[in-house]
Design a protein. Structure first.
Length: 532
């Protein structure tokens, strides 16, 4: 992955977790006569994949919540199958009345009803449980009556700035749907597993990444308690992949304490920077746009543009506090209006690419072509999300029109401008499947088979940059990771086929055979014999 075009070598040698040689087999045998030898037998070895953006802490939830995702991630196709999935989970987990019954991956755009379920349907099925269905974006949820009562939300609750509280038709009574600033305080006080339970789940959570070839993951919106849990895990040598945590801005005063050091590893963990949010999700219709949604807002609002998560003045002041301390800045920006705000803030700080601040635009989806020259000159690096073209591309066409939707996650144009980018899963919004991410970057096909942005398709090598050299650069680790090069970490992934020589339609079928972190195998696919 070094350079602008593919290069191959015959042999690689690692010692004590570091790559010490890359070159010919003859030279390797001559210089390292006592080395153990592993023959790939035609398999393909690449640098270990690096997660550009996801939420590792969501892995704990996926272990203890029902999967209510639509296909291909789950099996929910309508309200009835959603309710049945929850009932099965409640029975299997023996969740008593009065307790929480939660589901993740809820996506109304993939349901036959093509609308949000309400507390009415949930109350009928679960009158004695508190129910919460977390929206696939992670930015909202639907609650039933007992959960709303627990949260203290009723007809007298005002909708907060930057938030959505859906109401029953013709009244101010909450319907169950909460988004953005209306959802965050509710979710933050949800009961969590105990510290010991989460520590015990860490192997399973890390496997979500290592089994897909990742040697480096991100916890992309960490609360203080979540980071401290990972820190304890690191101190107990429970981490076997590198984890970069982003400190969530809602607890900025705590993060600015001398207790926390940014940008330095402690074991396999580092606190990378501060994560801000300027808008929501395009599929949830809370991304902030300069042109109105063609289909109105999430609660039927007319002339709907979405809204900024924070008033611009507050956002600017908070970012300046972080920038003044030379801490890296990450900003969630999905809509072009939110991206405009990010660009304006970077300019107000008098930062340019020469300052090497590497501010990261998280998602950066509905940007405009005029944004990319600004990214290049200002030193903003986007982490794109091409999985959206498949999972919600059809919905984006409906909500934004084909022309605007076709420029979502514009990898090709960004690459042409010399803008360094990464590509990500935003787990648990979509699965961590790295080969699926490469596939969506290369063909940009929606669920219905529409090609969304023919001109933004990239080749396999460019797609791979989004999982190797791009994310390494974004976290100031291009001299440690992302390439097979002497002096870098011996972080590898072994595939059964070479993605550069595989037909596009077969890319997502490539199998991860082994993941190696600093010379040690952390995942290996095993074949279980079927005796009947």
């Amino acid at each position: 992955m070094e350079g602008d075009s593919p290069a191959y070598e015959e042999a690689i040698v690692e010692s004590e977790g570091i790559i010490v040689f890359v070159g010919s087999e003859l030279e390797a045998n001559k210089r390292f006569k006592n080395a153990s030898r592993i023959d790939l037998q035609g398999k393909t070895l690449l640098p270990g994949f690096i997660d550009g953006h996801s939420h590792l802490s969501h892995g704990f939830n996926s272990v203890i919540q029902a999967n209510v995702s639509v296909p291909p991630v789950g099996k929910v196709i309508d309200f009835n199958s959603l309710i049945e999935t929850l009932k099965r989970f409640q029975q299997e987990q023996q969740i008593d009345e009065g307790e929480w019954l939660m589901g993740y991956g809820y996506d109304p755009s993939g349901l036959k009803e093509n609308k949000h379920i309400t507390k009415v349907e949930l109350d009928a099925a679960f009158p004695n449980h508190k129910v919460m269905l977390v929206h696939v974006s992670g930015h909202g949820a639907v609650l039933n009556s007992l959960a709303l009562e627990w949260a203290g939300i009723d007809e007298n609750t005002e909708t907060p700035h930057g938030g959505v509280i859906a109401r029953m038709e013709g009244s101010s009574e909450p319907a169950g749907l909460l988004f953005e600033t209306a959802f965050l305080p509710v979710f933050s006080k949800m009961p969590k597993p105990s510290e010991q339970e989460m520590l015990d789940m860490l192997d399973e959570v890390q496997l979500i990444y290592s089994s897909e070839g990742y040697t480096h993951a991100q916890d992309g919106a960490a609360h203080v308690n979540e980071y401290l849990l990972l820190k304890k895990a690191s101190e107990q040598n429970r981490l076997y992949i590198d984890i970069a945590s982003l400190a969530l801005f809602t607890e900025l005063d705590e993060w600015m304490s001398p207790e926390f050091t940014f940008g330095e590893y402690e074991g396999h963990l580092k606190l990378q920077g501060v994560k801000f949010a300027m808008d929501g999700s395009p599929q949830g219709k809370t991304a902030h746009m300069t042109k109105p949604y063609l289909t109105g807002g999430p609660n039927g609002e007319e002339d709907w543009y979405g809204s900024p998560f924070l008033p611009f003045g507050m956002f600017s002041n908070l970012v300046k506090q972080v920038a003044d301390k030379k801490i890296q800045i990450f900003v969630h920006t999905n809509g072009d209006a939110a991206i405009d705000n990010l660009i304006q803030v970077v300019k107000s700080l008098n930062l340019t690419a020469e300052d090497d601040h590497r501010t990261v635009a998280v998602h950066s989806q509905f940007q405009r072509p005029d944004h990319l020259p600004e990214y290049k000159s200002l030193g903003i690096s986007p982490t794109y999300f091409t999985n959206h073209t498949f999972f919600w591309g059809d919905e984006h066409i409906t909500n934004q029109g084909l022309e605007r939707a076709s420029f979502i996650s514009p990898l090709k144009t960004a690459d042409n401008h010399g803008v360094i980018f990464s590509n990500h899963s935003d787990y648990s919004v979509t699965p961590t499947n790295a080969l699926f991410i490469i596939w969506t970057a290369m063909n940009r096909i929606t669920r219905s088979g529409t090609v969304l942005g023919e001109n933004e398709k990239v080749n396999a090598y460019t797609a791979l940059k989004g999982l190797t050299t791009g994310p390494a650069y974004q976290v100031f680790e291009e001299h440690r990771k992302g390439m097979l090069k002497e002096g870098l970490l011996a972080d590898f992934v072994i595939l059964d086929k070479n993605p550069l020589k595989t037909e596009i339609d077969q890319i997502k079928e490539i199998t991860i055979l082994e993941t190696i972190k600093e010379g040690q195998t952390i995942y290996k696919k095993t074949t279980v014999a079927n005796n009947g």
